[in-house]
Design a protein around this ligand. Structure first.
Ligand SMILES: Cc1cc2nc3c(=O)[nH]c(=O)nc-3n(C[C@H](O)[C@H](O)[C@H](O)COP(=O)(O)OP(=O)(O)OC[C@H]3O[C@@H](n4cnc5c(N)ncnc54)[C@H](O)[C@@H]3O)c2cc1C
Length: 269
């Protein structure tokens, strides 16, 4: 199928893009890499009057350093992270996660900001960066604000972004040398979206331990007091049941196994 007709605009900077969205009154939509939006428009699951292409806006393609945090522009592609073009502050976690997203053709165009904004519960950045303790930087008509990724998604495909907001960057805390991470997902085949997935980050220097479970029907399950999960299979079983992830026995078993295998990765380091 082909999309319904729309106007295509390519603003030169962030201010222009924000003005276009505000003027659109909800009938304009941001396009970043187009890897999720394109298929949705083609299948007419989404319709817009105007597509605001932000993929070439220079401000959204920068990377900066703020002492204990790295700030990655929203339009940095998955492939740039996979290829190590962005400084690695997560002891290899981000490069590894990027390399496991879809296929190379999608990674060449798809962006970190687009993935977060799209808010698919099975998206790799949503789960891994929530575990890392990252924040979304959002610009809107009232200026800039930050939202922790653990608060960013309200439910599947629903976020704290308003129609006239743009996610401009992601702030990722730098991991210490002692920090460890685990990431595990079940996919039917390489490149498919996950059916169960878990991420864990432990950073003793920040007294930080967070487990995140993804590929649920809604926002990710975030467990900040996760020490028990690292030491006890019973605690893992209880966590799956408490979060109603085993209502379907097969998917419950996949979530349980993904979580166990993810935690095993940090235990074996
Ligand atoms: C076949 C296939 C397999 C895939 N497999 C995986 C996978 O295994 N794991 C995975 O994580 N992802 C997967 N994806 C999704 C892929 O990673 C996309 O790149 C990503 O979800 C969207 O990024 P994008 O830059 O292409 O955003 P777009 O498609 O351009 O936009 C997606 C949505 O986000 C909004 N948006 C985009 N950028 C911004 C912004 N900066 N501010 C506000 N709103 C914004 C758009 O308006 C739109 O609603 C897959 C996609 C396909 C087609």
């Amino acid at each position: 199928m082909k999309p319904a007709a729309f106007e295509y605009v390519r603003p030169k900077n962030l201010a222009e893009a924000l003005t276009l969205l505000a003027e659109g009154q909800g009938d304009s939509k941001v396009k970043a890499g187009g890897q999720s939006l394109g298929p949705m428009l083609n299948m007419r699951l989404s319709r817009v009057n105007q597509l605001v292409d932000i993929s070439l806006i220079p401000e959204l393609k920068t990377v900066s350093d703020d002492s204990d945090t790295i700030i990655i522009g929203a339009c940095i592609t998955h492939a740039s992270i996979e290829d190590g073009k962005i400084p690695d502050v997560t002891n290899g976690m981000m490069n590894s996660v990027a390399a496991g997203i879809a296929y190379r053709a999608i990674r060449n165009q798809g962006t970190i900001g687009g993935s977060l904004a799209h808010a698919d519960p099975s998206a790799d950045w949503v789960i891994s960066l929530t575990a890392a303790g990252a924040e979304a930087v959002i610009s809107g008509p009232n200026g800039e604000r930050r939202v922790g990724l653990n608060q960013f998604m309200d439910s599947a495909f629903e976020t704290k972004l308003d129609f006239d907001d743009i996610l401009t960057a992601v702030r990722i805390p730098k991991f210490s040398k002692q920090a460890r991470w685990g990431y595990y997902k079940f996919c039917r085949k390489t490149g498919d979206f996950a059916e169960a997935m878990s991420a864990v980050v432990i950073d003793p220097s920040r007294d930080y331990c967070r487990v995140v479970i993804g590929a649920t029907d809604t926002h990710p399950v975030v467990i900040t007091d996760a020490i028990d999960l690292l030491t006890s299979d019973e605690a893992i079983d209880a966590c799956i049941t408490k979060n109603a992830l085993d209502l379907n026995p097969l998917s419950g078993q996949m979530h349980r196994t993904a979580l166990r295998r993810c935690i095993k990765q940090v235990q074996s380091l």
